[in-house]
Design a protein around this ligand. Sequence first.
Ligand code: DOR
Ligand code: ZN
Length: 428
Amino acid sequence: MQKEFDLVLKNCLAVQKGQAFKRNIGIKAGKIEKISLDIEKLNSVKVIDCKGSFLIPGLIDSHVHFRFPGMAHKEDWKSATRAAIAGGVTTVLDMPNTIPPLTSRHLLQEKTAGVKADALCNFGFHFGATTDNESELKRLGWVPSIKVFMGSSTGSLLVKEEKNLERIFKIANKKDFLVTVHAEDEDIIQENLKRAKWDGKNNAKFHNEIRSPAAERVAVEKALRLQKKIGNKIHFLHVSTEDGLGLIADAKKERQGVSCEVTPHHLFLSEEDIGKLGNFGKMNPPLRSRQDQNALWKGIGKGIVDCIGTDHAPHTLEEKQKPYFDAPSGVPGVETMLPLLLDSVAKDRLSIAKLTELCCENPARIFGLKGKGAVREGFDADLALVCLEGTTVIKNENLQTKCRWSPFNEARLQGKIEKVFIAGKGVF
Ligand code: DOR
Ligand code: ZN
């Protein structure tokens, strides 16, 4: 008899619409073809018994820096997508602060061609806005977002003047593009730098004084003021402070089109960890106070936070071992997000349904990724099988990312990623 399915995942706890249901999943031609209570109805070439494990959609990491082109010594798309898959991430959206930055349609074409052979998972590219690429934006086809750096970070992208931001927001609104913003105010950062007295010690704590909570608050305020006036869709990346999140919460109460992300490092680390981490805890925006950290968790509970994105930003060990001022900002994270969050599920800090909402459903909706982010008939069979038993120990030497370090080195976490599928094929 002709087998109807390529693969059946039987007896799994499929996480759907905020709940876990015991189901059998029939996969055919890369799609979830049938979700059934009755295993007899699913005859398949291959059957995997998933008893006791949760089946969730493969994670969508909507915020990664995979470094191509121009910075292959930090990461390349082979190592980066291997890391993604090992972390249960099946789709990544990559940021434009490469060398050169992704700010023209021509470079978008080149990047797409350059990445294709190496990428082991699904991908898309955010497009960088500058003070003078308006004509490119106007002619651009679909992209997941237009990225604006309001404060300078790794790379050369920066748009700080209100009139330029307004122009970009207007084009985005007209073309129905989402604007993603790195909200740190450049002028405040520069002011703080002028006034700051660095004692020459390798103290990354200093970072939180230079890129201060006020820098985030002022940038969020400015972006929201413009967004309210123009009406474009806006998504705040890596919100790190109670104040920044509070402003976003107020705006969300008032109007549509505002969403935000937090990162695993701001959820699981605070400035108290910098003593131990040094520059391995240096990133933009910086690690903040315990109070800020707790506010992000509360924001998740209250439904203010829409997404968790990793801001996976690898730099080499050598670069990170330089003195504070010379060490670049950023930490890897694509591989460790799901293990960290599973541990939180095991410890009742987060439900598995909420994890799925933050890392799958919401990113798919916000960035317009059709057929992704849910365990649903007709959707792509990008899936992760996970369990809350067992232990995952994060170890630098086992990481797939080219930089081979993590701020979570040696963390012992409850739960395990058991299998990962992309388009119905086992990849981990
Ligand atoms: O810490 C960061 N690193 N923040 C950013 O905004 C950029 C990123 C990078 O690309 O290194
Ligand atoms: Zn980033």
